[in-house]
Ligand binder design. Structure first.
Ligand code: B1M
Length: 212
């Protein structure tokens, strides 16, 4: 049983989506609980991906392949996890690139890594104005709101969003994490965000600590 879970983690790390899907089915056939497959197989593999991405062992293309493998496994597990009493708790996260900004490669990577870590993601896409962020928070009641900006000229829209949330009485209902190449921890503090993450792997660590 442990061998099978180790094989899932290892194939996920290598980005082998078909193998991961096959091994997840095999593990289920062998009576291993979906929650166990998720935590000791898929998430264990993804944790290693996160660490190796952070330390420069893996790069964006490899991480995208591992994310595809993770999603292949999750597609099989998700309905079973949702049915079971022990379904992994789902924290919801809204994410988007701020108004005026069309860069989405980093945002998508953060989204995929958070999804892989068990977050339910609502992706608002790019060029998202503060009104759309506020409307999405009102509609989805997420635990976490993530904003990405790649241009120094668009970072200001993060401030506008936080101010609009405060004006709508929603600011305290959600944790806010920001990131993107020109964004810094000092900027996050300055504008009243709850956290800054420099990369997708750190975003997962930060998100987990923010939502407990
Ligand atoms: Co643009 N671009 N671009 N661009 N582009 C940059 C950002 C730039 C630094 C290039 C340069 O001049 N050296 C520069 C910005 C300068 C500045 O403001 N400081 C720039 C510019 C000027 C522009 C245009 C204005 C160019 C023009 O038209 N004159 C224009 C703007 C368009 C617009 O947005 N309105 C533009 C357009 C584009 C393309 C469309 C061609 C394309 C984007 C395609 C796409 O995203 N679909 C593009 C690209 C690809 C880049 C570069 C080359 C690469 C960005 C990228 O994807 N990096 C970039 C130069 C560079 O960074 N080397 C550049 C890879 C990605 C994985 O990293 O996005 O940093 P990154 O995400 C990381 C972290 O930042 C973090 O985690 C991610 C993964 O580890 N992170 C978060 C990101 N979001 C996070 C959110 C979080 C937490 C962490 O919490 C929610």
């Amino acid at each position: 049983m442990e061998d099978l879970l180790w094989e899932i983690a290892s194939n996920l790390y290598n980005g082998e989506d078909k193998e991961v899907a096959g091994l997840v089915r095999e593990a289920l056939d062998n009576g291993i609980a979906p929650q166990e497959i998720l935590s000791a197989g898929l998430i264990a593999g993804m944790d290693k991906v996160g660490k190796d991405f952070k330390s420069g062992v893996l790069f964006v293309p490899e991480v995208l392949r591992t994310a595809r493998a993770m999603l292949a496994g999750m597609e099989i597990l998700r309905p079973l996890l949702a049915q079971s009493d022990a379904a992994f708790s789902v924290n919801k996260c809204i994410i988007g690139t701020v108004k005026g900004d069309l860069h989405d490669i980093g945002k998508n990577l953060v989204k995929i890594m958070l999804e892989s870590a068990g977050f339910e993601m609502v992706d608002l896409g790019t060029d998202v104005g503060h009104e759309a962020f506020v409307a999405a928070v009102r509609q989805h009641h997420p635990e976490l709101l993530g904003m990405s900006a790649l241009l120094t000229t668009t970072m200001g829209h993060m401030i506008a969003t936080i101010e609009a949330l405060a004006a709508s009485g929603l600011r305290d209902s959600v944790k806010i994490m920001i990131g993107g190449a020109p964004v810094t921890a000092a900027f996050a503090t300055q504008i009243g965000a709850d956290a800054y993450a420099p990369d997708a792997a750190s975003a997962v660590d930060m998100a987990r600590s923010l939502v407990g």
